[in-house]
Design a protein around this ligand. Structure first.
Ligand code: PEP
Length: 236
């Protein structure tokens, strides 16, 4: 069964997150949808939600610490309060805007792996690398696996080309197919595609071989759109 995940980034309030999660939960129940659905709200909107087993609330980020003096960060003490056991690691905005290095990302990965968290690990190349060619693109992605245990059971990988995130541009079907096939040779866990997925293209994207689901940002923030995409995911 295919997976669908929504990354809120810096969107939605505590109040609107609660409404969103409740509405998605009711929808899954009403439609008897069993696909795994993930929602990653902002840190300020994390909470204990009474939801079905296949609806998981995860954190977009956390520091590799239980607690301490790391201004602006949260650790496992704050996640434990809400029983959050799922984390996004390596998202391109954390790599390229917030400046997280591969070394730091690998450290974070190993910290949360040791605690048994479900990790959605993101990789993807920037435009200047894509423009050089497929060999360079794959080489760039392999470097993002440095220090990452790809045999970790509780892992989901998301391939998200940086230039496709929030831009409305998506790779060709052939490119997604080639890259997913190559990544799948290295992993047995699910592999999601992310980058400008929306209601109008999700069906075609899910039909590409080795696409086990999607990680969606802007296209998922409207709950009606997200529900529609969950419904489409359920038919695949
Ligand atoms: C993302 O944030 O992971 C993402 C894929 O964003 P968008 O869907 O907006 O491109």
């Amino acid at each position: 069964m295919k997976i669908i995940a929504s990354n809120f980034k810096t969107n939605h309030t505590r109040k609107s997150t609660k409404l969103f999660v409740e509405e998605v939960n009711q929808f899954l129940e009403k439609e008897n949808i069993k696909n795994d659905v993930y929602v990653f709200p902002t840190a300020t909107s994390l909470d204990t939600f009474e939801v079905l087993d296949n609806l998981t609330i995860g954190t977009q980020n956390a520091y590799y610490v239980k607690n301490g003096s790391f201004t602006g960060e949260i650790g496992t003490e704050q996640l434990d309060e809400f029983n959050i056991k799922t984390i996004l690691i390596g998202h391109s905005e954390r790599r390229h805007i917030l400046g997280e290095s591969q070394k730091e990302i690998a450290y974070k990965y190993n910290y949360y792996k040791a605690l048994g968290y479900k990790i959605i690990y993101c990789v993807g190349e920037p435009l200047e690398v894509k423009e050089i060619g497929m060999t360079e693109t794959l080489g760039y992605i392999w470097n993002q696996f440095d220090g990452i245990d790809l045999e970790y059971d509780n892992l989901v990988i998301a391939y998200e080309p940086v230039w496709a995130i929030g831009t409305g541009k998506i790779p060709t079907t052939e490119d997604i197919e080639i890259i997913h096939k190559k990544i799948k040779k290295k992993i047995t866990q699910p592999l999601l595609y992310g980058g400008s997925v929306k209601t109008s293209n999700i069906s075609d994207i899910l039909d590409i071989p080795n696409v086990d689901g999607t990680l969606i940002g802007s296209g998922s923030w409207n709950v009606e759109d997200f529900k529609e995409m969950i419904k489409i995911t359920n038919t695949k």
